[in-house]
Every structure is written in C-alpha cells, then in structure tokens.
Ligand binder design. Structure first.
Ligand SMILES: C[S@@+](CC[C@H](N)C(=O)[O-])C[C@H]1O[C@@H](n2cnc3c(N)ncnc32)[C@H](O)[C@@H]1O
Length: 220
C-alpha cells in the first residue's frame, strides 16, 4: 500500500507504522537545511526522506525493527535520495555526532498504543509508562550532538511527562523548551477505551475529549 507524506509517496504494509500528525509536525518544525541529521525511530522513512529531499546535508536513519529498515531502504530508492540506514536499539550502533536529532520514537504507553490501533502488533513500543524510550534518547543525545546541535523530540499525554521533563533538565540544564503543544480530538477507538485512561492523560471540554501532543527542542 502507498501512503503520502508531505507529497512524498511511501510504500507501507499492515505490519508497519504509518506516518501520523506527529510525524507531519516533526517535519515542519525541524531546522534541517544543510545540516547533518539523525532520524531516530525512522519507521518507514517519512522524516529521513523529507529531510534528504528538502536540503539536509546528510541524513542517517535508525530503527530497531527490520521491517521498517527494509521499507525505509525501499522508500529512499523510490524517492531517489541517499540515506544511511542503521539498525540500532536507540543509540547503541550510532557512532556519529549530528547538528539535529529528530526523534519521534514513541511517547505512548503500551496499552494505549495497542487499543488505539496506532501501532500494529509487530511494531516495537514504549513500556507501560510511555516514557522509557524518550528518557533514554534524552540521556543519550548530548554524546551524539555537535556543539550547538539540537534534539527535537515528541511525546504525548499518554506518557509520564514529569519524568521526561526531569530528565531533560538533568541532561540539558535550562537548555530545553516546549516548542509545540496540540490538543487532538479522541478517535472512536480511544473513546471506547476511556476506562483505561488516567485523568492526566486527557482534557474534557464541553463533553469533547482531547489528548495532547507536545514537541520539545533541547540544545547543546
Ligand atoms: C511512533 S513510530 C514513528 C515512526 C516514524 N518516525 C514516523 O514518523 O512515522 C516509532 C518508531 O520507533 C521505533 N522504535 C521503537 N523502539 C525503538 C528502539 N529501541 N530503537 C530504535 N527504534 C525504535 C519503532 O520501530 C517505530 O518505527
């Protein structure tokens, strides 16, 4: 099946993650032109290909899931761009330093990822806190950023935001800020699973329900 991402055609499949609103916002907010960029948790490659097509100097893309790496390789070829693809558990096999690390790895707790259908069964997910992957990326990023480089990272209200922000403060003292916050209306599947949600995971306004997506920029 073909999906469209900012006018880029991408091959996908039932057992792969398809780009979302969060992926789209990541592309729009990234300062990547003429920069060396790492797409951490690349999925089928939307962000890496978008950066490579639109003026990044060099793009690396990493993921832990072999199906995603295979689709990123295929999609890079399909779109005539050159991307260095790395199979890695977060930074484990990443050796370079970057001007920009763009990370949409997963800030959704496992049970929500499953019931919403956002993540096909085979796709690696965050744990029950929703924060474990993001915390590890924040902690690992200072060692993989050039001086003046930035990490753009996303999370959702289905994660432990306090733990994530505490880690940001420890790893990037006073050099992090929230650059985007969006209220997203519940899907039907999310509405049907309201009983699974803790109060802090959503907002209710006039009988309508919203979850929150946040993006942060951390600077070295
Ligand atoms: C929310 S999806 C986003 C994918 C892609 N960035 C996009 O915008 O469509 C999260 C991605 O992180 C990957 N992932 C999960 N755990 C990982 C880990 N430990 N190391 C590397 N990638 C991981 C998943 O395989 C998946 O591709």
């Amino acid at each position: 099946m073909i999906v469209n991402f900012h006018n880029i055609e991408l091959e996908s499949s039932e057992d792969a993650f398809r780009p979302t609103l969060i992926s789209e916002e990541c592309a729009l907010k990234a300062d990547f032109k003429e920069k060396k960029v790492l797409d951490m948790g690349c999925g089928i490659g939307p962000l890496a290909i978008y950066f490579a097509k639109n003026g990044a100097a060099e793009v690396d893309a990493c993921d832990i899931y072999d199906k995603h790496l295979e689709l990123t390789r295929l999609n890079a070829r399909r779109n005539n761009v050159s991307i260095n693809i790395i199979e890695s558990d977060l930074f484990q096999n990443v050796t370079s330093k970057y001007d920009l690390i763009c990370c949409d790895v997963s800030g959704v707790s496992k049970n929500i990822a499953e019931v919403t259908g956002w993540f096909p069964t085979e796709v690696p997910k965050a744990d029950d806190t929703g924060s474990n992957l993001i915390v590890r990326v924040v902690e690992g990023s200072p060692g993989h950023l050039k001086k003046g480089g930035c990490l753009n990272i996303c999370t959702t209200s289905f994660s432990n935001i306090q733990e994530i922000e505490n880690t940001m403060q420890k790893s990037f003292p006073d050099k992090w800020e929230k650059i985007l916050e969006k209220e997203v209306p519940f899907s039907k599947r999310l509405m049907a699973n309201l009983d699974l949600l803790k109060d802090e995971m959503y907002l209710e306004k006039d009988g309508k329900y919203f979850w929150i997506f946040s993006m942060y920029k951390l600077s070295k």
